[in-house]
Ligand binder design. Structure first.
Ligand code: 13P
Ligand code: SF4
Length: 362
């Protein structure tokens, strides 16, 4: 049962002490997060990894790209563990290194590779944190950078200081919403379409582009609609609508504000008691915020429960399993299970792109 698993997790953690640290993303189940030493959004979890160089094992309750990032930002002696290896991210899977390289080569043919008179290169690659380490390495190698939903604007500013244009992957919505907020007109952010047979991109639209968007999206956040916001406003006059920037542009435009998971949490914490919120993000976070803030009315914009099915794959059984393996028994030597290790040939460049993000000033 969940209670028994909770006892086993607490016992294993007590034995391990400071040797192990459990990190948890806001979208994790409550019965997992109650054991986390640190809970945060993807940016905060990257920072938290760096703050615990003493821990031998980092148990990452999140998804694969987050665990890869933790491996890149931890010391070589630390082991990063993903309790269930099947916890991926469908958006991260929508951009692969071969397709992005192919796109990049075509853009180089079009824009050239020479710096302009102002010292800027023709194009800078920017990857959302929700991507494989190979894509982060691609950015590191080609003068680019990583962003998260909490620093996308800062990172795009960094990129525009160094490049005339940006190639942004994998999330079209975060790219579009952020660039639009910075004043980039929609007609200057075409979506990359390599399928010439289906129309492809015209050279005119690529030539005038400021941001070339990849076609990826989050299957959880694309469910939110403007109609849901209209209904929420009709049924709850005065409601504050806050959504995640992975939502489509029309939804972000219709909301009162948007931001990362931590932004949503802080907006709720800062509101006067009695505020009603309609939230456009994953349901585990929305339900937890509602339970933690009985002084407000908080509900999810989508009436049909929308969990992130891959985040949900981490449950307490897996957490107990990897922690108990680290402890070992009289019969069984301690063991590191489900270690995530970014291959050496991509780790160096991936780290460069991540460190550029951590150093970019907000
Ligand atoms: P945050 O960066 O807001 O934590 O979001 C991560 C994510 O995967 C959202 O879908
Ligand atoms: Fe990926 Fe969407 Fe899940 Fe975030 S909510 S981990 S973007 S599938």
């Amino acid at each position: 049962s969940t209670a028994e698993l909770g006892d086993r997790i607490r016992a294993a953690k007590a034995t391990l002490g400071d040797r192990a640290v459990v990190l948890g993303h806001f979208y994790q189940r409550d019965e997992v997060l109650e054991h986390a030493d640190f809970v945060g959004d993807s940016f905060q979890l990257a920072q938290a990894t760096k703050s615990r160089p003493d821990a031998e094992a980092i148990i990452f309750c999140g998804v694969h790209f987050m665990a890869e990032t933790a491996d890149l930002l931890s010391t070589p002696d630390q082991a990063v563990i993903l309790p269930n290896l099947a916890a991926g991210c469908s958006m991260a899977d929508m951009a692969d290194i071969d397709s992005v390289t192919d796109c990049w080569e075509q853009l180089e043919d079009l824009y050239g590779t020479e710096q302009g008179a102002d010292g800027r290169v023709p194009v800078i690659p920017v990857t959302y944190m929700n991507s494989s380490a190979a894509l982060k390495a691609f950015c590191g190698e080609h003068g680019g950078i990583v962003c998260t939903s909490s620093n996308a604007e800062t990172v795009l500013e960094w990129a525009f200081e160094r490049g005339e244009r940006v190639l942004f992957f994998p999330d079209q919505h975060l790219g579009r919403n952020t660039a639009k907020a910075m004043g980039v007109p929609l007609e200057r952010m075409p979506m990359w379409n390599p399928r010439k047979a289906l129309g492809g991109n015209t050279s005119a639209e690529l030539e005038s582009a400021q941001v070339v968007l990849w076609h990826g999206f989050c299957s959880v956040h694309k469910r939110f609609t403007v109609d849901q916001i209209t209904v929420a406003r009709q049924e709850h006059p005065g409601v504050r609508v806050i959504v995640h920037p992975e939502c489509p542009m029309s939804v972000v435009d219709a909301a009162d504000s948007y931001g990362s998971t931590d932004f949503i949490k802080k907006a709720i914490e800062a509101a006067p008691a009695g505020t009603t919120f309609a939230i456009g993000t994953e349901i585990n976070l929305v339900k937890r915020l509602a339970a933690q803030h009985p002084e407000h009315t908080i509900f999810c914009l989508d009436p049909v429960v929308c969990p992130c099915s891959t985040m949900y794959r981490i449950h307490s059984g897996y957490l107990a399993w990897v922690l108990e393996a680290l402890v070992g028994t009289a019969e069984r030597a301690p063991e590191i299970l489900n270690r995530i290790q970014v291959p050496q040939d991509v780790a160096g460049n991936a780290r460069i792109a991540l460190e550029r993000m951590l150093a970019a000033k907000p």
